[in-house]
Structure formats: C-alpha cells, structure tokens
Design a protein around this ligand. Structure first.
Ligand SMILES: *Cc1c(COP(=O)(O)O)cnc(C)c1O
Length: 349
C-alpha cells in the first residue's frame, strides 16, 4: 500500500506556527464602489500610476494565467522570478543544517545556490550519459530528511526532457515534494505536468515569464501546486513581492498570448534550422536533442571556441566545467539574423 502523503510532515515547525504579516490591502478586500477613499496604507495620495501598493495576490494576472494554463487560481503562486518561488519552497520545507534536497546534475545552478544560502545539504545524483534520471540511484540517496527532489524538465543545460515514466515513478516513490522546473515547457512538444496536479499531492511545478513569454526583465515566476502547498507559500511570501509595473506588463503580454505563441513558433523554426546547419561545423562532435530555446553541443575544445566567438562579438555559454558536459557549449536560439551570423562565424573560426 502506498502511504498517504501528508504535507504537515514536511512543513518546518516555525512555519507551521507562523502568524503571517497582514498588510493593509490584505485586511481590506471588499471593494464595493469606485469612490473608495484609501487612508489605510500611508501612501502618497497624489495619483501617478504607482503611488498605491500593488495587489498582494496579483488577482488580475492570476485570472489570465488560470485561463491560459487551465489551472484554478487557488493553485497558483507568483513570485519575483522563479528564483523567489524556489527560495520560498526551501524556506517553507527545509530545516537549515538538518534537511537535504536532491538534484540531478548537470542542471540549473540556482538549486545548489539556494541550498547553500539556506544551509541545506544538496545530494547530487548525476544524470545518465544521455541526461535521464537514474531513478534507482535517486531513491537510494533519499533519507528521512530528504524534503525536495528537483527535476528540471526540459533540462538546462542539456535541453532534453526527462522520460515521463521516470518522473511518474519518482512522484510515486519519493515521500517529499517533487519540484518540476518547467521554465522551458513552452518550447517543448511534451505536455506540462500541470494536468497531473490533482493526481500527485507532492507535485510542485515552477514556470516563468522569463523565457518563452519574453519578459525576463520584469521578473515574474509562477508556481503551480496543491491548494495546501500554495497556502503555506502564501503565508511566508513578502506581502508585495510582485510589483505594480511587473503586474501591468505581465497582464499586457498575457492579453496578447497569440503574439507570444507566434514568437515561440518562430524560435522553434529557427531552432530546427540551426540544428541542421550545425552539422556542417567540423569541430562540433555532438549536437544534443533539445526541447528548449537553446542547444548544447560538444566540440573539440570548448574554452578555445568560446574565446574565439567572444572575439567575434558573440557571447554563448561555456558549460565545460559541468558534470557530463566536458567541452560543451550552449547556444541560445536568436533571431534569424543572429543565428545566421553565429553560423557564419562558426564556419570561419
Ligand atoms: C531561466 C531559468 C529559470 C528562470 O528563472 P527566473 O528567475 O524566473 O528568470 C528557471 N529555471 C531554469 C531551469 C531556467 O533555466
């Protein structure tokens, strides 16, 4: 028999007993007329567009996201980038100097940084040579203090998605939270795990407006999880963690979702073209499959090629120091003009 998942066993004691900060705008919610006079938050009363505190629950942005992603609003939490969302998850569930997380290198660097900041041990279980999770090894690494397993799928920097069988096995077997980082899901043919939220109470999904939505500059990260997990994160988030300008800009963009989809499809076309042309570059030995807006390649000498590209004015990411990524470079897919230039330079050097 599967033991029933109990979120209460995962929440830190101090968080369980926390009395959250109640902001002026939290206490007053029942706006009934347009003529309300707000003298509750010590704001400057002269209107300039941002003189008022922003909505602490970002209701308008969540309404649109809820519609676009097909998730109830109660299952959504927004943060100042995924980075804040991930940090909130650490602080809610991981006891410093006691608990641990599990990550699968090579992967996104922030999980390890956040583990260090929060004094949490990071147990690393390398991916296979073709960048898939080693399910048995992962489950062997787990102990009673393992609170979170981070699965980045599609994975940065390898670009591939993890097999759904492996993910499902881990969701069923791991007793802590499984965070699936879907920062690149909109570039993938794979389905988001969002539709499995009801099925797996330990599933937490993070996404971002930084990549496909073209809004890296406004810092907006999204978390989808059970109502219970979202409630815990809501209790500890800074009250006004998503500023008014960010909420306005996100709304504007989400209202033009067709433009986003057009750009994503253009990037995916460009990705296919680039993948084909990279085969003609003689010092590229392997082109890894990708579900992202970047591609990882293995070359003869990554650091030499990286420096040559910099001299020609092209900045890419050298991943050679990452496990399983010896002599690997990561190229982001740019515009048609940028990709053509990249290819021309690759052929020259
Ligand atoms: C880029 C990226 C993010 C985005 O982080 P933000 O803080 O939302 O900009 C998250 N996860 C992965 C794996 C990424 O590559």
């Amino acid at each position: 028999m599967k033991t029933k998942f109990n979120l209460n066993n995962l929440i830190r004691e101090n968080i369980k007993s926390l009395k959250p900060y109640s902001s002026a705008r939290d206490e007053y919610k029942d706006v009934t007329t347009d003529e309300m006079i707000f003298l509750d938050a010590n704001e400057n009363p002269f209107e300039n567009g941002v003189n008022r505190y922003p909505d602490p629950q970002q209701n308008n942005v969540k309404d649109l996201l809820s519609e676009i992603k097909g998730v109830a609003k109660e299952n959504i939490l927004l943060g100042n980038g995924s980075d804040e969302v991930l940090d909130l998850i650490f602080r809610a569930f991981c006891e410093p100097n006691k608990d641990n997380i599990i990550t699968l290198p090579p992967t996104y660097g922030m999980y390890d940084v956040l583990a260090n900041i929060n004094a949490i041990e990071n147990k690393r279980v390398l991916l296979t040579e073709d960048f898939q999770p080693k399910v048995e090894h992962i489950l062997e690494a787990v102990n009673t203090n393992s609170k979170i397993l981070f699965l980045c799928s599609p994975n940065n920097p390898s670009g591939n998605s993890f097999s759904s069988e492996s993910i499902e096995k881990l969701l069923n077997s791991f007793k802590g939270l499984v965070v699936i980082d879907e920062a690149y899901i909109d570039f993938s043919e794979q389905k988001s795990w969002i539709e499995k939220l009801e099925e797996f109470p330990n599933l937490v999904i993070t996404q971002t407006l930084s990549k496909a939505y073209g809004l890296a500059g406004i810092r907006l990260g999204v978390c989808y999880a059970s109502v219970e997990v979202i409630a815990v994160l809501n209790n500890i988030k800074p009250p006004y963690n998503v500023n008014e300008l960010t909420q306005q800009k996100a709304l504007e963009r989400l209202l033009k979702i067709d433009e986003v989809k057009k750009e994503v499809s253009e990037i995916m076309n460009q990705r296919d073209l680039l993948l084909e042309s990279l085969k003609e570059v003689n010092f590229i030995n392997t082109i890894y499959p990708t579900d992202c807006n970047f591609v990882l390649v293995k070359v003869d000498d990554a650091t030499k090629r990286y420096n040559q590209l910099i001299k020609k004015g092209i900045v890419i990411r050298n991943r050679t120091t990452q496990p399983l990524c010896e002599n690997c470079l990561r190229f982001t897919i740019g515009t048609e003009r940028e990709n053509k230039k990249l290819l021309q330079v690759l052929k020259e050097i």
